[in-house]
Design a protein around this ligand. Structure first.
Ligand code: FAD
Length: 367
């Protein structure tokens, strides 16, 4: 069995970013993924411009052969379900289709991918890590998303108080239907949920309509979806003929970076992206943290120069804390303090300039 330098489990944005850097550095790297690319991934598909910068992707170039929806405006619903456009007058963010985006990033990494390879067994040995008794490497990187088997091997649980429950449907329609149905094409509509921690969205990217909902209260997610669909119908966002054409709503969980910290490193292993639970606690944005953590893990591995002891790799945990803050320290949408929570809601649901500031700081990372 060939002994690789690095085996990365998961070819999403975290895995492909980390793999690309290590590959350029001359290490022997392999990505193993249970899916075959291009693969579907549940996601609203908002990508902040920082992601393009970090990955040196030119949006204009990407848009030549992929769907790239420039976003210059957000539509915020108030507590009476009235809409308030927050118009920036220029492109401030983008919408992508994950199936396309992730396949593009993976191709750019230049790394060999073992597709349809479902990692089930991970064995930590003295000088290596072996997976499914068939692939071995000096170090393994867990980039398998929320249910990553490497994260499980590090003792992390899939459920805790900062795990978001989501339901989402993305459907390709035709331009006539989009024109008839979507009042603000290309502008994400953000529907803040007063009753629970979380929000819903309604977003068209060219001819794709993406509708979803995310909440920390997993028990309420299905009733909330019913409420959302009803309200979208009442607000003429979802006529019956379009509703019946939507792809089925599917659910997924992922952890936001607050509350209980995860174990993200041990001897011969690091976790990145959703596997490490790094999504933004306010917006739920996970692609940017996935890319950043992929970079930090690659940097740590390169600097370790083959010494993958727990002590050496602990540097990665420190870097994550430096960049993302100590778990629970970011300004959350779910503030524990009721007073801060009240102020936050008043700003978002009120009529003043606070709404623009919140969108800018929490959804665009452009403070
Ligand atoms: C409904 C919803 C909406 C979202 N909207 C946004 C948004 O608009 N913007 C944003 O930035 N983020 C959003 N996110 C979060 C974002 O999707 C994730 O944070 C991001 O995908 C994390 O990237 P990753 O590379 O860590 O994991 P993933 O993209 O999940 O990739 C993990 C890979 O690991 C593979 N894998 C899993 N298990 C195994 C196994 N056992 N063996 C082998 N391979 C395995 C999977 O097939 C997959 O390809 C959303 C998430 C959800 C659920």
């Amino acid at each position: 069995m060939e002994l690789l330098d690095v085996l990365i489990i998961g070819g999403g944005p975290a895995g492909s970013t980390c793999a690309g850097i290590l590959n350029k550095h001359g290490l022997s790297v392999l990505i193993a993924d249970k899916a075959q690319f291009p693969r579907k991934k549940l996601c609203a598909g908002w990508v902040t411009p920082e992601v393009f910068k970090l990955l040196s992707i030119l949006p204009d170039e990407y848009s030549e052969s992929h769907i790239l929806q420039p976003i210059s405006k957000f539509i915020v619903w108030d507590s009476h379900n009235n809409t308030h456009p927050v118009d920036f007058g220029k492109t401030v963010s983008y919408g992508i289709i994950r199936k396309e985006f992730d396949a593009y990033l993976l191709g750019n990494s230049g790394v060999q991918v073992h597709e349809n390879f479902n990692v089930k067994k991970i064995e930590f040995q003295k000088d290596r890590v072996t997976v499914n008794s068939s692939l071995s490497a000096r170090i393994i990187v867990g980039a398998g998303g929320h249910f990553c088997p490497v994260s499980k091997a590090l003792g992390n649980s899939y459920k805790d108080s900062s795990t978001l429950a989501t339901l989402e449907s993305e459907t390709e329609l035709d331009s006539e239907t989009i024109k008839r149905t979507v009042p603000y094409p290309g502008a994400p509509e953000v529907i803040y949920l007063e009753a629970v921690d979380g929000y819903a969205w309604y977003f068209s990217k060219r001819n794709y309509l993406n509708i979803g909902i995310g909440s920390l209260d997993r028990k309420k997610i299905h009733p909330l979806l019913n409420w959302l669909l009803k309200i979208l119908k009442e607000k003429n966002r979802l006529p019956e003929d379009v509703r019946s054409r939507l792809n089925p709503f599917k659910g997924h969980f992922y952890k936001i970076y607050s509350g209980v910290p995860k174990a993200i490193s041990r001897e011969r292993a690091l976790l990145i992206g959703d596997s490490a639970g790094l999504a933004d606690s306010t917006s739920g944005e996970g692609i940017r943290p996935a890319v950043i953590s992929g970079m930090l893990a690659a940097e740590t591995i390169i600097q370790a120069k083959g010494d993958y002891s727990a002590a050496k790799l602990a540097a990665y945990q420190d870097r994550i804390k430096e960049v993302f803050g100590k778990p629970g320290s970011s300004p959350p949408q779910h503030p524990p303090n009721p007073l801060i929570r009240l102020v936050f809601k008043k700003l978002l649901l009120g009529t003043g300039p606070g709404r623009n500031i919140l969108i800018k700081n929490y959804f665009l990372h452009a403070s």
